[in-house]
Design a protein around this ligand. Sequence first.
Ligand code: XMP
Length: 513
Amino acid sequence: MEQKIVILDFGSQTTQLIARRIRELNTFCEILPYNKFPDNADGVIGVVLSGSPLSVYDADSFRIEFEPLVGRFPILGICYGAQLTAQHYGGTVEACDRREYGRANLSYRDGTDPLFKDISPESQVWMSHGDTITALPQGFRLSASTATVRYAAFRSEDKPIWGVQFHPEVFHSLEGSQLLRNFVVDICGSRQVWSPASFVEETVSELRETLGQDRVILGLSGGVDSTVAAVLLNKAIGQNLFCIFVDHGMLRKDEFSRVLADYKDLGLNVIGVDASAKFFSDLAGVEEPETKRKIIGRDFIEVFESEAQKISNAKWLAQGTIYPDRIESLNITGKVIKSHHNVGGLPERMNLRLCEPLKWLFKDEVRRVGRELKIPRHLISRHPFPGPGLAVRILGDITPEKVAMLQEADDIFIQGLRDWTDQDGISLYDKVWQAGAVLLPVNSVGVMGDERTYEKAVALRAVTSTDAMTADWAHLPYEFLADVSNKIINRVRGVNRVCYDISSKPPSTIEWE
Ligand code: XMP
């Protein structure tokens, strides 16, 4: 039986980080809405209660039944989770005079609390709370304090319950990983066997069992997730996997032919469909961003469906959906707020069942699994690229000429990022999360030779991020930007100006449309 830690989510921004830290301990874990603890708790070895934007004394605060959990599994409450625990057992939680936010120095004096094994007596932690525990319940004892938070960490004297009002999952809690390790490994007894290799082995055997001799269709995009999903499925069911790779005409320069060749080298059974003429014709003259996206989404489904119909007896549609896609899609009350299916609606329409072999993985884990599957590095380390492709980077209407112009500018930028390495040999491409060029719908005056020009402007966008939810503009070296700008203006006909986008997300988004 696979071991797992359940993280009950009360809506904190850092719940995903708790999961990542636990996965780093080679331990499987699952985030569930606070009120969805499974009846069948097979394999559960411990429970973490997350933080929350709410106050425990609010009338509509999120609450759980402690009794079914206590004694069965060790429990670690973090921030709101700790306050909820203290309040449940008769302690007091009150609003702080001032919100506690930022770094704090934690003093640990007890010496016997297993949660603090190998943690320094003085250690930096990250605080973020507007309430604080002002009295511990009977039968609980203090483990550690900061200058302003007396009950920063505590535990029950007779039950396996711990609470910390700081955030061990956050990078600024310098010994937070050790604390989580103490909980997950020592207290809960994780065997630490979750790894990319064990994931591949287990998933391949599960897929074989579930899919048997069934035929499966999968939409490839050239991106990391669908590629890894395809190679995993190929390992499990071989030629019963049918991959479809649609060219909507707005991919990067030469991308369709290059990626198609890579897929064939990987032994995938892949059908490449050049549908660019249809997309260009349906998009002609359309300027409004959402309308463009809708047309592309609709056309994509039509093309995909018509290709898929040719594969007789297919029973499944496989997708490279990953864990953050699903967490983003579910809020803590379990309501779907955003659908991430690239081919949404198709499974029902074509009567296909959905197969999502990567649905438990974070992006970096997908990459590790990809490496385990020996997928070439250039496919695994690729930047994310939006489904509608360059269409959302050409502001205004789309023509094949504009696409060709942008492809050239983008290619110069991306190649430049790959070629520019630091003294350790790490390229700018690998340092940024994502980069690309944007074609602006403005003409401006320039001079080339002795000639006046009146041509298009290109904006370059490069961001750093860990999950695309927030992003900062990448501080690329001026010399690099100067070089790329020169090359674009000299080589791309029709462009006489290059700008660099220095907006962060939020309030801007990564893509311009
Ligand atoms: P934004 O522009 O919302 O983008 O900051 C966040 C991340 O999502 C990518 N993106 C998309 N990916 N289909 C996709 O598969 C889409 O329609 C789409 N729109 C944006 C974007 O490139 C960035 O990585």
